[in-house]
Design a protein around this ligand. Structure first.
Ligand code: FBP
Length: 558
C-alpha cells in the first residue's frame, strides 16, 4: 500500500504564498539588462588573491535594470543547482526563484538539482526538477528537495571532475547556494572554468543562518531572519517561565559558529539578563575566568535583590573568541592534520588520543587542555569539518560555563560575598532553527536571490554572487544585481595552509547594533525587561508578519 505524503494545514496554505518581488524582477528576463559598475577588489591581501584568481580577479559589479535583452529568449539554457553546507530557511525558495526565472526566459530551459551537496556533482547524481516537484516545496523549510552536504571541491582532480560532469549534462551554469566556504568554492570553480576557456559559469547565493556572510553589498544571508525568530520565540518562552517560577538560571547556547550575530539579534528580540558577544570578549582579550567572573557579578547582584534567576545567551562560537582557546584550537588543528593516521587509528582510546595530542602541544596549551573537563576536551578533539573548522555545535560551552560559575559561586559563598541559591539549566538551540518554514522576509528574499542568480547565468556572468539589497524597504523597492566573489575574499589559515576564503563578517563593535546593545544591557541585567516575541507570523498585521531583524534595521538605518 502506498503511503500518501501528508502535509500540515499551514504548509498547504503556504504553498499558495506568492513571494513579493523587487520591481526590476517583475519584468520578463528578456526585459532585464545588465548594467556594469566599477571594477572591484578585495580589501586586503590583493596580490595574493590575484595570484589565486588571475582570470576572475578585478571584475565589475553589476546591477539589473529594465531594458531590452531579447537574446535571452533565443537561448536554451541548462542550469545546475546545488545546496551546500548547513540548512537555512528559504533554500527551496531560491530553487523556485531560479526555476521560475529560467522557465519565464524560455520554457525549454532546464533546471538540474545536484543531490546531497557538492558531492552530488562529483558523483554526477542529479535530477531534473519539474514544475510539480518545485510547487510541492515552495515556501517550505529544509533542503530536502535535493539535500545538502559539506564536501569541498578543491583538488585539481575534483575541479576537473566537476567540469567534466557539468559538460556531460550540457550544463551552462552552476548555482551554488551556500555560506562563505561554499561561495569560496563557487569562486574557485569560476576561475577554473575561465582558465580553461569554458563557457560555463559558477554563481553563488548567500545562505547561512549565522548571518556572517555580509558586507557593504550583501546586507544579510537568507535564513538568518527565520532562524533567529524561531530561537527568539523559544528564548521568550523561557524568559516567561523563569519569570513565573523565579528559581533557575538558564544558560542558552545559540548557533553561530564564527560570529555572534544570532545571539545579538536574539538579545534584541528578547532582552535577556546576559548576552555574551564573542567579538567583544576577543577585543578585550578576556580569559575564560574573566567571562565567568562577569557572569557571577550579575548573578550576585540579582541575588542580593532576591532574584536567584535569569537568562544567559551564549554564542556557540564563544570558545574560539577567547584568546587562550583560540590559540589552543589553532594548535590542535595543526597537530590533528599533521598526525591524522596516528589519531584516527581504530585501536586508540579517548584517553590515549588526548595524551598523544597533548604531548604534541606547547606546554601552556597542553596544561589548558588538561585543565578543562574531560568531556569538553574530547569535544575539542573531534574531527574538523571538510573546510578545516572545529565543529563548535558539538562543544557544550554552556555546560562548561555552568560548571565554572557554580565553582566560583561556591568560593564566593565561603567568603560571604554571595548568599544566594544557584540552580542552572542548559539549552542548545541550533538545529531547531535551521529548517523552519521561512518567514515572509526569507521567503521573499530567497526567492529574489534565486531569480537574480538565474539572471546572472542567463547573461553568461561567471564568479559572481547574486545580490539583493535595500532590504529594510518593502520588497518592490529592493535592488538586484551581482558582485564578483573575489572582492569578498581574504587569506586565512585553514588546515595548516594559507587559503583564499570569503571574509567572515563578525559583529562590528563600532556598529549600530552592538552600540545599541551596549547601552541597554545593564538595565536588562538588573531587571526583567523580557520580551516574548511568540511564533513567526505568516499572515495578518504587517508589523508582525513582515518585520525585518533589529540587526538589519540598525545597520541600514540612514
Ligand atoms: P553554514 O555556515 O553552512 O550555513 O552552517 C552554519 C551552521 O548552522 C552553524 O551555525 C553550525 O555550527 C553548523 O552549521 C553545524 O554544522 P553541521 O550541520 O555540519 O552540524
Amino acid at each position: 500500500m502506498s503511503v500518501k505524503t501528508q502535509v500540515s494545514k499551514l504548509q498547504k496554505a503556504r504553498y499558495n504564498f506568492r513571494p513579493s518581488m523587487p520591481d526590476v524582477l517583475k519584468n520578463s528576463p528578456a526585459s532585464i539588462k545588465i548594467q556594469y559598475g566599477a571594477k572591484s577588489y578585495p580589501e586586503t591581501h590583493k596580490e595574493e588573491i590575484k595570484g589565486f584568481f588571475p582570470n576572475t580577479y578585478g571584475a565589475e559589479t553589476v546591477k539589473f535594470q529594465k531594458g531590452s535583452n531579447a537574446e535571452i529568449k533565443k537561448k536554451k539554457i541548462k542550469i545546475g543547482v546545488v545546496l551546500s553546507g548547513g540548512q537555512a530557511p528559504g533554500g527551496h525558495n531560491v530553487i523556485a526563484g531560479i526555476f521560475d526565472c529560467l522557465k519565464k526566459a524560455n520554457p525549454k530551459n532546464v533546471l538540474l538539482g545536484y543531490l546531497g551537496g557538492p558531492s552530488g556533482i562529483l558523483k554526477n547524481e542529479f535530477k531534473t526538477l519539474s514544475a510539480k516537484e518545485i510547487d510541492a516545496y515552495r515556501n517550505t523549510g529544509g533542503f530536502d528537495l535535493i539535500k545538502s552536504g559539506r564536501t569541498k571541491i578543491e583538488t585539481e582532480e575534483q575541479l576537473e571532475k566537476t567540469k567534466e560532469n557539468l559538460k556531460k549534462s550540457a550544463v551552462d551554469g552552476l548555482i551554488i547556494i551556500g555560506g562563505d566556504d561554499s561561495n569560496t568554492n563557487a569562486a574557485v570553480l569560476a576561475e577554473y572554468f575561465k582558465k580553461d576557456g569554458e563557457m560555463l559559469s559558477a554563481i553563488g547565493v548567500p545562505k547561512t543562518i549565522d548571518g556572517d556572510l555580509k558586507n557593504k553589498n550583501i546586507e544579510t544571508s537568507f535564513g538568518f531572519d527565520t532562524a533567529v525568530k524561531i530561537y527568539s520565540e523559544l528564548i521568550g518562552n523561557i524568559c516567561r517561565d523563569v519569570n513565573s517560577s523565579q528559581k533557575y538560571w538558564h544558560f542558552i547556547r545559540l548557533m553561530g559558529r564564527n560570529a555572534s550575530h544570532i545571539t545579538l539579534e536574539a538579545a534584541f528580540q528578547t532582552q535577556p539578563n546576559i548576552a555574551l558577544i564573542g567579538e567583544e570578549i576577543k577585543e578585550k582579550q578576556m580569559t575564560l575566568s574573566q567571562v565567568v567572573d562577569d557572569i557571577c557579578k550579575v548573578i550576585i547582584s540579582r541575588s542580593a535583590k532576591g532574584k536567584d534567576f535569569g537568562i544567559v545567551l551564549v554564542p556557540e562560537g564563544l570558545i574560539e573568541f577567547i584568546p587562550e582557546f583560540k590559540e589552543l584550537i589553532s594548535s590542535l588543528n595543526e597537530v590533528l592534520s599533521a598526525n591524522e593516521s596516528e589519531i584516527t587509528a581504530a585501536s586508540i582510546s579517548d584517553k590515549e588520543k588526548k595524551e598523544f595530542i597533548s604531548s604534541k602541544l606547547p606546554p601552556h596549551l597542553s596544561e589548558l587542555l588538561n585543565a578543562i573537563p574531560h568531556n569538553i576536551a574530547m569535544q575539542l578533539l573531534l574531527d574538523r569539518d571538510p573546510h578545516g573548522n572545529v565543529v563548535v555545535s558539538q562543544i557544550e560551552t554552556e555546560k562548561l560555563l555552568i560548571e565554572m560559575v557554580k565553582k566560583q559561586l561556591e568560593i564566593l559563598k565561603q567568603s560571604k560575598k554571595y548568599g544566594g541559591k544557584f540552580a542552572a539549566i542548559n539549552h542548545f538551540f541550533g538545529y531547531e532553527g535551521r529548517c523552519g518554514m521561512p518567514s515572509n522576509f526569507d521567503a521573499n528574499y530567497a526567492y529574489s536571490l534565486g531569480y537574480a542568480a538565474a539572471i546572472l547565468v542567463l547573461n553568461g556572468l561567471n564568479g559572481y554572487m547574486a545580490c539583493v539589497s535595500n532590504l529594510i524597504k518593502e520588497p518592490s523597492k529592493w535592488l538586484c544585481g551581482g558582485i564578483p566573489i573575489t572582492m569578498l575574499m581574504n587569506i586565512e589559515r585553514r588546515a595548516g595552509k594559507d587559503k583564499p576564503v570569503i571574509k567572515k563578517a563578525l559583529v562590528d563593535l563600532n556598529g549600530a547594533p552592538f552600540k545599541t546593545f551596549e547601552k541597554l544591557r545593564e538595565t536588562w541585567a538588573e531587571n526583567e525587561n523580557y520580551i516574548f516575541p511568540g511564533p513567526i507570523q505568516f499572515f495578518g498585521a504587517k508589523e508582525a508578519a513582515d518585520a525585518v531583524t533589529f540587526t538589519l534595521r540598525y545597520e541600514r538605518k540612514k
